[in-house]
Design a binder for this molecule. Structure first.
Ligand SMILES: Cc1cc2nc3c(=O)[nH]c(=O)nc-3n(C[C@H](O)[C@H](O)[C@H](O)COP(=O)(O)OP(=O)(O)OC[C@H]3O[C@@H](n4cnc5c(N)ncnc54)[C@H](O)[C@@H]3O)c2cc1C
Length: 461
């Protein structure tokens, strides 16, 4: 029987797409790379259950057909684009919230649930799922787990990894495994849950996720600290934490971002400022003012020219809408946006920003800086035009100089966007030959025929 027929029998023909124009869409994700006409998949399938995922993977493994798991395709590292002749397995129809257990403060979800929708549901029950990638309105929880997505709240609440208690995963060979537990702690055997988190769709297809919830903070307050000097702003980040206050978010935006956002959303951002820190605190209502005042004093001491505290929720939301529009706004400056996300220890933020600016000047390219500065995650955003080949060469050289410099500061290549296909050639720079060999051995054990998302993260062989 032909492959398409076999897939039709498993998921129903309404969930199988093999027309060229349907398949071509999957040569893209939100990264700047595409597999193009050479990389068009064989077929796109939308499974509805774990059993269907398992049956598809068994066939693919037998026939040695590559399978690319996919959520909403919003990753920015090329992790979900097709390879030639592959099956694209889109997980968005497995989108049920299976349970929200108030007493145990856990929830069980299928991978296709949209993260922001899940958050809104638990918040109505007074519960909180903190991980908040800026894509939360359209990315899936499965994609978030596979990438270990972070977001602005990482400074206080950590990332996706910190909330996942257990998983159901279908291995590339089709076996279904359950990892972790429904309990707040478990040390039974190796921590397989963490092995799959951040594995970028290379080790197994995630079909269920058990997450931990926490009580919804009573309130929050937002402020904007304005600086005429980027160095003063970036020095302020570590100072706030040293004062014993842990803000929920602390976003650093440079002048390029401030101007682009203001031009786009027009809310009166200070376009002359060299940098701003957008800061939010949350918690019990009685401590919000205390924390905002401490942070405000530190910002002034560090040289902020002005500190604006949002007077109500509407004003605060306006600032966050502006922040969420950041990437859209800079894409109006140049057509190709390369969003790096190297992360450095907090005390190295000033040196890292200085280095990025120095490299931009040296190679005569535009690099805008936005950061989840509270956790040292800097989005050095290269604004370029991929049609300008000469400029792209300079961009490549700049990236090649930037990564080792940030690693030498004790940093990492990626805090949340993943290695994907975009950064796979740089991974050995961080983890060394031994690290790569160990990762490849793990991949080989779980995926002996290398069918699941091949050539992604660990490169080609
Ligand atoms: C505007 C914008 C803002 C963003 N902001 C942030 C941010 O603040 N923080 C952040 O961390 N990221 C951010 N991202 C990146 C992106 O949204 C995240 O990486 C997100 O987790 C991807 O989810 P997705 O559903 O789109 O997954 P996809 O992009 O479809 O897939 C991502 C990876 O996961 C794998 N995968 C997907 N589903 C499964 C599954 N069920 N089982 C196994 N593997 C799977 C895929 O193979 C791929 O390797 C942003 C992206 C955009 C476009």
């Amino acid at each position: 029987m032909k492959l398409i027929e076999r897939l039709n029998n498993i998921v129903g023909n309404e969930n199988v797409f093999d027309k060229y124009e349907d398949k071509y869409c999957y040569t893209y994700d939100a990264s700047t790379i595409t597999s193009g006409t050479d990389g068009v998949p064989l077929v796109v399938v939308f499974p509805n259950s774990t059993k269907e995922v398992s049956e598809i993977l068994k066939i693919a493994n037998q026939e040695k057909i590559p399978v690319i798991p996919r959520g909403k395709g919003t990753n920015v590292s090329g992790g979900s684009i097709s390879v030639a002749g592959s099956i694209i397995m889109v997980m968005t129809k497995m989108d049920r919230i299976l349970s929200i257990e108030r007493k145990n403060m856990i929830a069980e979800l299928e991978p296709g649930v949209i993260t922001g929708e899940f958050q809104s549901q638990v918040e109505q029950m007074g519960l909180f799922y903190p991980p908040d990638p800026a894509s939360k309105a359209f990315s899936t929880i499965g994609g978030n787990v596979a990438e270990c997505a972070g977001g602005p709240r990482g400074a206080k609440y950590g990332v996706t990894r910190d909330y996942v208690l257990g998983l159901e995963v279908v291995l590339p060979t089709g076996e279904i495994v359950k990892t972790g537990a429904r309990t707040m702690k478990s040390v039974a055997g190796y921590d397989l849950t963490r092995l799959f988190i951040g594995s970028e769709g290379t080790l197994g297809v995630i079909t269920k996720i058990i997450v931990k919830l926490i009580p919804l903070p009573e309130g929050k307050k937002t402020m904007l600290a304005i600086f005429d000097d980027m160095n003063k702003a970036s020095e302020t980040v570590a100072e706030v934490f040293m004062a014993g206050v842990v803000p929920t978010t602390m976003e650093l935006l440079d002048n390029i971002y401030i101007r682009s956002i203001e031009d786009y959303v027009k809310i009166g951002l200070p376009v002359e400022a060299d940098a701003v820190l957008l800061i939010e605190v949350d918690g019990d209502k009685e401590i919000l003012d205390k924390h905002i005042n401490i942070i405000s004093e530190i910002c002034k001491k560090q040289g902020a020219t002005q500190v604006k505290i949002a007077k109500d929720d509407k004003e605060a939301e306006e600032l966050w809408v502006a922040r969420r529009a950041a990437f859209a706004s800079v894409s109006r400056v140049k057509p190709t946006i390369i969003g790096e996300d190297a992360t450095v220890p907090r005390d190295k933020i000033p040196a890292a920003v200085e280095k990025i600016r120095e490299i931009a000047k040296k190679y005569n390219i535009i690099i805008a800086v936005l950061g989840h500065a509270g956790d040292g995650n800097l989005h050095a955003t290269i604004l370029t035009d991929e049609r300008d080949l000469e400029e792209m060469e300079r961009v490549e050289k700049a990236v090649e100089e930037m990564f080792p410099a940030l690693l030498a500061m004790g940093g990492t290549l990626t805090g949340e966007h993943g290695i994907g296909r975009v950064k796979s050639k740089y991974l050995p720079m961080e983890v060394g030959a031994e690290g790569i060999a160990l990762m490849k051995a793990i991949k080989k054990t779980l995926d002996p025929n290398n069918i699941l998302n091949p050539s992604q993260m660990l490169g080609d062989d």
